[in-house]
Design a protein around this ligand. Sequence first.
Ligand code: NAD
Length: 284
Amino acid sequence: MNIKTVGVVGAGTMGNGIVQVCAAAGLKVIMQDIAEDAVQRGLDTISSSLDRLIKKEKITEADKQAALSNIETATSLEALADVDIVIEAATENEALKLQIFEQLDKVCKPEALLASNTSSISLTRIAGVTKRPEQVVGMHFMNPVPMMKLVEVIRALQTSDEVYQQIHDLSEFIGKVPVEAKDSPGFVANRILIPMINEAAYVYYEGLASAEGIDEIMKLGMAHPMGPLMLADLIGLDTCYAVIKVLHEGFGDSKYRPCPIWQQMVDAGYLGRKSGRGFYRYDE
Ligand code: NAD
């Protein structure tokens, strides 16, 4: 595999997980976010996550130190000039991602691949703002990244076969299982998952059952490991809202209409686990 260095844009829920699995596999990683405190929080999360793996006797203290020594941090995209691939995991917002990719295209070396961890936004449109559209691809990791095996690999209309193969090989190298999907709103995973979570939000909004009740019904009745509202808190309610809006706008189909509760929760700053409160509370 010819990818040795990775840049990760965004050090949040997904970004720091992607940094962790790449660094643990022996790749050199630069973790970038807009502010110093964001990258510091990312590093702290990686350190605690590796500590949990030590406790479970899955890795040793030496493995942890080796992984951490592979990570550098940065607050500007210029720091990613020499990496072999950038994996973008910034906030789920199309305008923001288009701007980041335009900038990455200018600062990264010509042969570098540009991947996005977007949950729903068109890779074809993202590829279109760069001068290397055949080198742009979706690498959709699942949350929590260190635990979940899947990488949904999304081919933009422009993605070359060679680049697809490189992403396939990289995914396997970092211990994941790549599965190919075409570019379409929400791709495969979130086309199926997010409408279910949106329906659970409606059931809650209509007062048909409590959050605990809804989650128990889906856990005990459908053998889901986690109920849909607790899963929404894990994903981030802002992210769930962004994805259901992409489905609604992308397909123009009222079956994807977003539950009004998303806007209210986001306005209140109740973003789920990452903000300490969502459908459940995590700050007590
Ligand atoms: P998050 O809110 O936890 O983190 C986003 C990070 O992006 C923040 O640290 C923020 O400071 C940073 N950021 C914002 N603007 C930036 C910029 N211009 N440059 C660099 N960094 C910037 O969000 P997340 O859950 O980690 O989601 C990131 C991406 O991953 C989104 O596209 C999301 O759809 C996708 N995703 C999320 C999940 C999930 O379960 N949360 C799963 C798969 C994919």
